[in-house]
Design a protein around this ligand. Structure first.
Ligand SMILES: C[S@@+](CC[C@H](N)C(=O)[O-])C[C@H]1O[C@@H](n2cnc3c(N)ncnc32)[C@H](O)[C@@H]1O
Length: 296
């Protein structure tokens, strides 16, 4: 039976961690690295001394608008699709499925995916990792509210959140059966390190028509191009699925929240943002591509 310390390791020296009271500490010989469990329930395992850690993760306001938008349920079909792929392709043993959400944001999709694995009877042994402390703080609160055990789980089923960098994830080698990366940067080499052979990484990215109605309001010439799927070393593509549907944004606030989540939001002038939100909502296309990479 797994516990979270089979998955995560010290971000400083790579030793196994253990819990003592409200802290995690290294068990390696002579090591004294200690990490406190924050009041919200997450632990900060960002690599120390990295000045740009603070700039990597999403800001508090962005996390809040994403939480409001995801709470409408309009992106639920995306995490449903990811969960089905994970359950279809990830290997499982008597311990169920060990899974990490790499770049988990505020843990909305993480909790939904972990819940699908829980309902299938396969655990989960799950962690969410994001560079944003605001994100993982929200994730940890959501996990507690959804009835997941955390550090003190005694039945092998848990969901814990950590601030961490996906390019240096504080995770043990070969510890995962599955990993998901949804609209987040993908660290292929690290994903290959932490997945066991036959384990799968599902990568969710935007398809050519994603939010095309918004993009047409920004750019004169919107190129609708299908992106080539990367073929990273150490993986083979086991499957890919495109999910397209339309959603109604029912208020200018909802439009602003979704627009704020997009990569183009920070690149356009304020006048475009105003134009986008002057109407009481709009209809937009969701186009997500979920690709399953199997570690070979
Ligand atoms: C577009 S958001 C997607 C969040 C979530 N997966 C979702 O679909 O709602 C991208 C996330 O990646 C995180 N991120 C960016 N660079 C990162 C890094 N190097 N390590 C960990 N997280 C990172 C950001 O903080 C942000 O939460």
């Amino acid at each position: 039976m797994k516990n979270v310390f089979d998955l995560i390791v010290c971000p400083v020296c790579g030793s196994r961690l253990e819990k003592n009271g409200g802290s995690l500490f290294c068990t390696g010989e002579g090591r004294r690295h200690t990490f406190d469990i924050a009041s919200e329930g997450y632990v900060n395992l960002l690599p120390p001394g990295k000045k740009n850690n603070a700039k990597t993760g999403d800001r508090r306001e962005l996390i809040r608008s994403r939480t409001r938008f995801l709470g409408t349920g309009k992106y639920d079909r995306i995490s449903d699709a990811v969960a089905s792929l994970l359950l279809k392709y990830a290997p499982r043993d008597a311990d169920g499925i060990a899974v990490a959400d790499l770049g988990c944001g505020e843990g909305y999709h993480t909790c939904r995916i972990a819940d699908a694995v829980r309902k299938s009877g396969a655990g989960p042994a799950a962690v969410g990792i994001d560079a944003s402390k605001y994100g993982v703080a929200a994730g940890a609160k959501r996990a507690a509210g959804s009835g997941f055990s955390t550090f003190d789980s005694n039945d092998g089923s848990f969901l814990c959140f950590f601030a961490g960098n996906v390019f240096r994830p504080p995770m043990a080698d070969l510890c995962l059966d599955g990993a998901v990366s949804m609209f987040a940067p993908v660290a292929w080499e690290e994903a290959a390190r932490v997945l066991r052979r036959g384990g799968v990484l599902t990568v969710t990215g935007s398809g050519p028509d994603h939010l095309i109605e918004m993009r047409k309001m920004i750019y004169d010439d919107v190129r609708v191009r299908r992106k080539e799927l990367p073929e990273p070393e150490g993986f083979r593509i086991a499957g890919t699925e495109r999910l397209t549907y339309r959603i109604d944004l029912e208020s200018r606030e909802e439009t602003a929240d979704l627009f704020g989540m997009t990569p183009f939001a920070c690149r356009v002038p304020e006048s475009v943002r105003e134009k986008m939100t002057e109407r009481d909502g709009m209809t937009v296309t969701v186009d997500a591509v979920n690709t399953v990479y199997e570690k070979i």
